[in-house]
Design a protein around this ligand. Structure first.
Ligand code: PFF
Length: 479
């Protein structure tokens, strides 16, 4: 007969043994690039330019920058400090610091699980477009007829089987990298892909801003029109910032847990935020002016449609457009892959550490139920009429397509809720003193720790609660 105490000791013993063998980043630059790889994703290149255009250019950019600085960065640092202090996955980390808060880790894992199931579908679309550009077949015949580009995309995503197969291919690639482990797989891939992405993007920006008439488009993107500041701009900027920085769901807890105590966490968090915002800005510069001059101001409200509808049309009008299109989708693919890997890795860390599964087994256990959700997301784009209920206090219960519900669930509800938990936990439960000690463990003191503590305890939670009021209370969307 084994009593509970003994069981705990045995379990503790096992965990300690695992901790001893726990993976670590081989170098700090590897960590920064891997974390930036998680942050830089479809959000930066696919969503951000559309949001800037739809949100009124400069007004959105200013809100976005302020939110990254005063909310995103502090929350990211809070997450990293929890991770490095506990050396655990997101659920285990909360459990170690205060078992009553394990639910907050659960919120993170659930959010990641749902995001991964639709992220892989969109990753599959990107692979399809790369294939189209490689064969060069489909778009050459479209000429300047923009409706054919939109129809092509709508037709593709509403097919029953093809998008599913592309999504499966994308997922398999992620599994391949993640099963190889932290330093061997993720770090090596990120170190090679991230600089490549930067070079490719800079090349596209140079090309785009030197086109005839680009100044008009740049003016549209950068000019600040005070009339465009409203609650919608702030809600959109906050949702975009959290999604883009990968904060609010425990990714940075997991990645922080692999960081050695010698590294300067605050500096790393700063680098990640700067890299992520820079890539977003560069994507904006590469895309918004080009769409503006070729498709006109009326295309600016299209938002998420930029990448798959407006841009292929734009590319088809440009000299060397096939190459431009291929390069763009390759870039989107690189960004999507490194982000998807981080999502999968965080879920796998949870299963391997909390339940003792081998990496491969954990991956399979995760991917099988995930495939069903992915299939639902993909099929509800038009192939099948799958509806789920969604609730907000203004509109009550509505039955919406499954894909919309999945995005609303993560963007409007779970990510802000997760971020709120991180702030409240670090600010009021674990304590900013403990967190700052962890951040300063490398010997680099944080001169602005009082300001950081204020942001984590008061400002960030207040902003998030206001946003939840708009999304859950007023039914405004983040996506
Ligand atoms: N930050 C990624 C992007 O901008 O596309 C998306 C993402 C990655 C979201 C990791 C959530 C996450 F946990």
């Amino acid at each position: 007969c084994v009593d509970l105490g003994e069981l705990r000791v045995i379990k503790k013993g096992r965990i300690l043994k695992m901790e001893h063998k726990r993976s670590q980043w081989a170098s700090n630059i590897g960590f920064i690039l891997a974390a930036a790889g998680s942050a830089v994703g479809l959000g930066n290149i696919w969503k951000f330019p559309g949001k800037v255009a739809a949100g009124g250019g400069g007004a959105f950019l200013i809100c976005y920058a302020l939110i990254v600085l005063f909310v995103g960065f502090p929350v990211m640092l809070a997450e990293l400090s929890i991770g490095r202090s506990t050396q655990k996955n997101v659920v285990g980390a909360f459990r170690r610091l205060n078992p009553r808060w394990s639910f907050a880790g659960g919120i993170g894992v659930l959010t990641l699980f749902v995001i991964m199931s639709y992220y892989s579908v969109v990753g599959g679309w990107v692979m399809k477009y790369i294939a189209v550009y490689l064969t060069g077949a489909d778009f050459s015949a479209f000429g300047n007829d923009s409706s054919r580009f939109s129809a092509y995309f709508a037709d593709f995503i509403s097919r029953p089987a093809e998008p599913l197969l592309w999504g499966a291919a994308f997922l398999l690639l992620c599994i391949y990298v993640v099963v190889r482990g932290v330093s061997e797989g993720i770090e090596r891939v990120s170190k090679f892909l991230m600089p490549g992405l930067f070079v490719l993007l800079t090349g596209i920006v140079v090309y785009a801003v030197t086109l005839d008439g680009a100044a008009e488009g740049l003016k549209y993107m950068l000019a600040v029109d005070p009339a465009k500041f409203n609650s919608g701009t702030v809600v959109a900027a906050l949702g975009q910032a959290f999604f883009s920085l990968s904060v609010g769901m425990g990714i940075m807890v997991t990645y922080g847990s692999y960081v050695p105590r010698t590294e300067n966490l605050a500096k790393s968090a700063g680098c990640i935020c700067i890299l992520d915002s820079l890539v977003a800005l560069l994507s904006g510069l590469a895309i918004v002016p080009v769409v503006y001059i070729t498709a006109g101001p009326e295309a600016m409200g299209m938002g998420g449609g930029f990448a798959f509808m407006a841009l292929p049309e734009v590319f088809s009008r440009l000299p060397g457009g096939v190459f431009f299109g291929f390069a763009f989708f390759l870039l989107l693919f690189v960004a999507a892959l490194t982000s998807a890997i981080s999502i999968l890795e965080s879920c796998i860390a949870w299963l391997t550490e909390e339940f003792g599964f081998a990496r491969l087994k954990a991956t399979l256990l995760l991917v099988i139920p995930m495939s069903f959700l992915s299939a639902g997301y993909s099929l509800s784009q038009g192939a099948m009429d799958i509806k789920l209920p969604w609730f907000d206090f203004t509109n009550g219960v509505q039955y919406l397509p499954m894909n919309a519900v999945m995005e609303k669930f993560t963007d409007n509800l779970m990510i802000p809720l997760g971020a709120l938990c991180f702030c409240l936990f670090v600010g009021w439960v674990w304590g900013t003193d403990n967190a700052s000690k962890e951040i300063e463990a490398s010997g680099h003191s944080m001169a602005w720790k009082r300001l950081w503590a204020f942001l984590v305890k008061f400002l960030a939670p207040a902003v998030i609660i206001v946003i939840l009021y708009f999304t859950v209370g007023r039914g405004q969307g983040l996506s």
